[in-house]
Design a protein around this ligand. Structure first.
Ligand code: HAM
Length: 407
């Protein structure tokens, strides 16, 4: 019986892997333009990290963690998301004590034991950014613009949804009103009854149509924001309008993770099916403190890379590098030496087996090479190389020294 990849986990092979790399490169460039630097954290973390941050009421912690006890008896989990790990690292390296602004970006696999379907995997990849130390709502706007710039770069059609989840001043009294409302409706689903106890605002994004109908009458958080949250939310909208960013206010957008305060947002693809959220994020001003650090405002987002790849056409990579071949076995030593020299700067594929020119040109095309460089007896005597530019469809004989200078 052959061994296959686990359910919900996928290999990424060419040509898709080419697009994947290109996405990482371009997204990293955009993040760097916004002042973010690369951070890498381990895939395995203590289970308590996600219990405390993502929260007990979330589906992620409640149902979806790849959790196990390692050989040393540690309760560990394959990270289901990146924010908690970056916050852990931020505190562990005492950047909270140092103060100032710290901006990070990351990418890599995340693990959630969800029911696999189109656009939803058990191992998937995120590209994310996290900004620490900046309380200004301008940073929220910059983070949203950063995400949008990445989506625009890849021409991903999207709708932006924003909401404010309030702060420790205005959220508790609102939560109390919501609990009272929820207690007067015993016909809500079992999941919502659980959320009512753990984190009542999470009920609002329940997908159950009956619950949705009930929540139309629920008290609205946006009508209970304190003055500061209200003016920040107004300012965010103004900044987005100034940058000509279209958005919708979605008062039921509460996000699936418990750590958010104030700004929450999601980018929804206009071209995907049920799993249509391509990116999500928001502000989490209490999380650093909650995980034992010095109170530090923070904001970030993550993009689901598989969902982006689903929307991009397979890319035929531009022709690249040199294919080298010999017509006679005697030419192989020289070809090998030249290939070694060229490989310091250029991608070279060297075919060891002597073949006819026609067969070599066919192979060069299969390798998607920009140039075919062929050496036969005649070239060996003259110290030249027969070179064909496969893109421009031009051929010529050039001296070896010119070949080595070729870009
Ligand atoms: P999230 O909304 O859970 O947020 O995930 C962000 C994105 O990851 C989603 O919008 C989606 O595109 C992708 N995604 C999530 N689950 C799956 C899955 N099972 N299969 C494929 N793609 C998936 C977070 O993870 C937060 N850490 C974002 C954040 C960063 N907030 C602040 N900073």
């Amino acid at each position: 019986m052959s061994i296959k990849a686990l359910r919900g986990m996928k290999d990424i092979l060419p040509p898709l892997s080419r697009t994947y790399l290109q996405f990482i490169q371009e997204a990293s460039k955009v993040a760097q333009n916004y002042g973010f630097e690369y951070i890498e954290t381990p895939l395995l973390e203590e289970t308590a990290l996600f219990r405390r941050s993502v929260g007990e009421s979330s589906d992620i912690v409640g149902k979806e963690m790849y959790q196990f006890v390692d050989k040393g008896g540690n309760d560990v989990v394959l990270r289901p998301e990146g924010t908690a790990s970056v916050v852990r690292s931020f505190i562990e390296h005492k950047l909270d004590k140092k103060g100032g602004i710290h901006r990070f970006f990351y990418y890599g696999p995340m693990f959630r034991y969800e029911r696999p379907q189109k656009g939803r995997f058990r191992q998937f990849h995120q590209f994310g950014v996290e900004s620490f130390g900046e309380p200004s709502v301008y940073e929220d706007a910059a983070i949203i613009l950063l995400a949008k710039e990445i989506l625009d770069h890849f021409e991903i059609g999207h709708t932006l949804k924003i909401n404010s989840l309030g702060c420790p001043t205005c959220l508790p009294p609102y939560r109390q009103k919501l609990i009272e409302f929820l207690q007067s409706h015993e016909d809500i689903c079992e999941d919502c009854k659980r959320r009512r106890e753990l984190n009542p605002i999470r009920t609002l994004d329940c997908k159950n149509p009956h619950c949705q109908e009930i929540y139309k009458e629920a008290p609205k958080l946006l009508e209970h924001l304190c003055d500061e949250c209200q003016s920040e939310f107004d300012k965010l909208q103004e900044l987005l309008r100034n940058e000509e960013v279209d958005f919708e206010i979605d008062e039921h957008l509460v996000r699936g993770l418990d750590y958010y305060t104030r700004t929450a947002f999601e980018f929804i693809s206009t071209d995907l099916g049920a799993q249509n959220a391509v990116a999500g994020g928001g502000r989490y001003d209490n999380l650093v403190e909650l995980l034992g650090g010095k109170p530090t405002p923070a904001v970030g987002f993550a993009i689901g890379i598989e969902r982006i790849l689903d929307l991009l056409p397979d890319q035929r990579a531009p022709r690249e590098g040199i294919y080298m071949g010999v017509l006679d076995p005697e030419a192989l030593d020289l070809a090998f030496d030249l290939a070694t020299k060229k490989r310091k700067t250029t991608k070279v594929f060297l075919e060891y087996k002597p073949k006819s020119l026609k067969a070599h040109l066919k192979s060069a095309d299969r390798h998607n090479a920009r140039y075919a460089a062929i050496i036969g007896e005649e070239e060996l005597q003259k110290g030249t190389i027969w070179l064909k530019d496969l893109e421009q469809k031009r051929e010529r004989s050039i001296h070896i020294s010119h070949f080595l200078e070729l870009e």
